[in-house]
Design a protein around this ligand. Structure first.
Ligand code: C2E
Ligand code: CA
Ligand code: CA
Length: 418
């Protein structure tokens, strides 16, 4: 807070004197690795020494602050030209060159520096900080031990993406992913038949991240392939655990992104997950959105046929929201349609939605497909769905998605009720 106050004062003064203010964002490279391998005491000592080295490069009027973790802020007031910031950055990079002595061991630590300048880049302190941060990510991207001056194309969006991407790259090995399970029940009786696996990302910094926030980026970067493989393996193993604890076969549904289909090893990945767990293929259902059918860069038909022939079940997820021709339903080997929750939500309020749901159920049945209604939240909806002969239901009315231990508990009581 003191640093931010100083920054505001520096800006006020610079306005009066028509001088410039440099704002620097520093982030140590590999700090986490050192912290993890040498311990937190060594990490603390490193931070103290790093702060000392940064200070040694500055004049008395400058301010250094630690913003948190391994991030430092440097404020350079009263500059006469923007080049001065580069000179300071070069000095700082140079003082980082000698090794640090931690636990009697020599350790090399570098830093990446991002710079923004008042008033050239912005006249507002918050924006200057954001810009310096964006430039810092650019410096990291150049390779370690570098500095970068802000340029307008380094938008905030790209920074957030880069940060999320690098966190996601580590999430698998850090075991930050977790599957939640949501029951799918027979509409007629409320009896459990299967569960849908829904991915959660527990990140120490961001908290619990929901899939809508990270799956799109995982798809773009291709990280969905290893993540999806993990999901498949975990989900199959979970279904086997439930069989062991309840004595009944419970199916498991797994969401699959179109991008996963583009991986030539996808069918093998699925088969390996089944083999490793011992789950019979009939108990695994893959949920696929209509987007896949629209994506004609993929040999969809062939892959779906292979999966179908091995006994795995296939469902169309979010049915009714895509824009594909219905004819795909007769040419592809689907077993199930999942009616999107946007239709189910209003069946009791909107006549049109009720009609659509009725029509989807009839169409699916006449094509030999079974139907799951998603997003069932109220009892009245279950009566409607029962009356219309909807085979299965899923939604908050029955249960929210739960972590595995809660799901196991739910299983026990649900079984007793039967
Ligand atoms: P989805 O396949 O349509 O999953 C159903 C979503 O509806 C889940 O959101 C679930 O929590 C939510 N939901 C369930 N019942 C109700 C209800 O009664 N009311 C309302 N309003 N919502 C309900 P979630 O868990 O946030 O997942 C969002 C999407 O992320 C999923 O949509 C799916 O497309 C994707 N996703 C989740 N896990 C995976 C995964 O392992 N792999 C891939 N590729 N995608 C995943
Ligand atoms: Ca789904
Ligand atoms: Ca869905």
């Amino acid at each position: 807070m003191l640093a931010l106050d100083r920054l505001k004062l520096a800006l006020a003064q610079a306005r009066r004197e028509s001088s410039l203010v440099g704002v620097m964002f520093l982030d140590l490279d590999n700090f986490k690795h050192i912290n993890d391998t040498l311990g937190h005491d060594a990490g603390d000592n490193l931070l103290i020494e790093a702060a000392r080295r940064i200070s040694s490069c500055l004049r008395g009027t400058s301010t250094v602050a630690r913003l948190g973790g391994d991030e430092f802020l440097v404020i350079l007031p009263g500059l006469t030209g923007p080049e001065a910031t580069s000179q300071v950055a070069e000095r700082i990079l140079k003082t980082f060159a000698p090794p640090y002595l931690l636990n009697g061991q020599e350790v090399f630590v570098t830093t990446s520096i991002g710079i923004s300048v008042f008033p050239n880049d912005s006249d507002n302190s918050g924006t200057l900080l954001q810009h310096a941060d964006a430039a810092m990510y650019q410096a990291k991207h150049k390779g370690k031990s570098a500095y970068a001056l802000f340029a307008p194309e380094m938008t905030e969006v790209s920074h957030e993406r880069l940060q999320m991407e690098s966190l996601m790259r580590r999430a698998l090995e850090q075991k930050e992913f977790e599957l939640y399970y949501q029951p799918i029940v027979r509409t007629e009786s409320g009896q459990l038949c299967s569960a849908e696996a829904l991915l959660r990302w527990n990140n120490p910094g961001m908290g619990m991240v929901m899939p809508d926030r990270f799956i799109p980026l995982a798809e773009e970067t291709g990280l969905i392939t290893p993540i999806g493989e993990w999901v498949l393996r975990e989900a199959c193993l979970a279904a086997i655990r439930w069989k062991e604890s309840t004595g009944t076969d419970i199916g498991i549904s797994v969401n699959v992104s179109p991008r996963q289909f583009r991986d030539p090893g996808f069918v093998d990945t699925v088969m390996n997950a089944l083999k490793a767990s011992g789950l019979p293929p009939q108990q695994l259902e893959l949920e696929i959105t209509e987007r896949l059918i629209l994506d004609n860069t993929i040999e969809t038909a062939d892959i779906l046929r292979q999966l179908d022939q091995s006994g795995i079940r296939l469902s169309v997820d979010d049915f009714g929201t895509g824009y594909s021709a219905l004819s795909y339903l007769k040419s592809y080997p689907f077993d199930t349609l999942k009616i999107d929750k946007s239709f189910v939500q209003d069946v009791m309020k909107e006549r049109e939605d009720a009609s659509l749901v009725k029509a989807i159920i009839n169409m699916a049945h006449s094509l030999g497909l079974s139907v799951i209604a998603e997003g069932v939240e109220e009892e009245a909806q279950t009566h409607f769905l029962q009356q219309e002969g909807c085979d299965y239901s899923q939604g908050y009315f029955y249960s929210r998605p739960m972590p595995e231990n809660e799901f196991q508990e739910w299983l026990k009581t649900n079984h007793r009720a039967l």
